[in-house]
Design a protein around this ligand. Structure first.
Ligand code: NAP
Length: 254
């Protein structure tokens, strides 16, 4: 059974009309960068005998585990059961969090490699920001690549953190934004899997994807995760499983 604890919102960051981050104080069990927990609210329900029901959804931590707060990057889903309520939360409001985190998209689960590619869409950049900010990734990999695919340029959130991280490891952290629905000078056009297949991603970074050197983490839109896995498999990389180590670790974000 889930052990729920109360959390208090200490900051709300509004990136766009639909994208926001909640910073929360709560007494959670220790977790690793890349893991997720569940956020919940008790909402009125005509079906529940008590008149309220707990509505919960999984969200990855964006913060490094030692941050002293917990941060979640969220997209408002109009008409959704939970996100319109999360979107209305303000500093001082309370919510519930599962005390115990879960998830295997962590550094400890990755086999060795020279280059780590972190490919995300939308709010699923969160776990990669946590892994990068935590820092141990730089002891494990020589080169790190952070790829973020969004519809519109304004959805490229967390720019100042990303630039801080790039300054921390000059020449070792490569950031590649993809913007699909408008021309965006600082980004690549089109979708991530297509750019794996036609070589544009490797060209943009200046590194090549190869089974001997590369580890790849995929997180985001399930269709992107699947199409990227297919593209990577066509390049000779295989899915990483504990019983059969490979190069591609993945998490569908919804
Ligand atoms: P998104 O549709 O995932 O778009 C993000 C990026 O992924 C876009 O650049 C998009 O390209 C690309 N993409 C979509 N399908 C792809 C595929 N098959 N292969 C490669 N790339 C692909 O959406 P979002 O802007 O992050 O979020 C919008 C909606 O997604 C939300 O309103 C919600 O409905 C859903 N969502 C749900 C959850 C959840 O937890 N339930 C979480 C996040 C998002 P195109 O512009 O070409 O489509």
């Amino acid at each position: 059974m889930t052990d729920w604890v109360e959390g208090r919102v200490i900051e709300v960051i509004r990136w766009s009309e639909q994208l926001f981050s909640l910073r929360v104080e709560a007494d959670l069990a220790p977790y690793e960068a890349g893991q997720f927990t569940r956020l919940a609210l008790l909402l009125p329900s005509a079906d529940a005998p008590s008149g309220v029901e707990r509505v919960a959804h999984a969200y990855s931590f964006v913060n490094p585990p030692n941050a002293g707060f917990h941060e979640f990057y969220i997209v408002l889903i109009p008409g959704g059961r939970l996100t319109p309520h999360l979107h209305r939360l303000a500093v001082g409001d309370t919510l519930q969090l599962a005390r115990q985190a879960s998830g295997f998209l962590t550094l400890n689960e990755l086999p060795a490699g020279r280059d780590l590619w972190m490919l995300s869409t939308g709010t699923a950049i969160g776990p990669f920001l946590s892994i990068l900010a935590e820092g141990a990734v730089a002891d494990r990999f020589e080169q790190m690549v952070l790829v973020h695919g969004v519809r519109w340029g304004a959805e490229l959130s967390y720019q100042s953190l990303i630039h801080e991280l790039m300054a921390r490891w000059p020449g070792r952290l490569h950031y590649v934004p993809f913007v699909t629905r408008e021309a965006w000078p600082e980004g690549l056009a089109g979708r991530i899997p297509a750019a794996i297949l036609d070589g544009r991603l490797e060209q943009a970074v200046g590194l090549s994807l190869q089974p001997e050197l590369s580890q790849v983490m995929l997180c985001g839109n399930p269709a992107m995760v699947k199409a990227s896995l297919d593209a990577l498999q066509s390049r000779g990389l295989s899915k990483h499983l504990r019983r059969a180590p490979g190069q591609v670790s993945m998490e569908n974000y919804w």
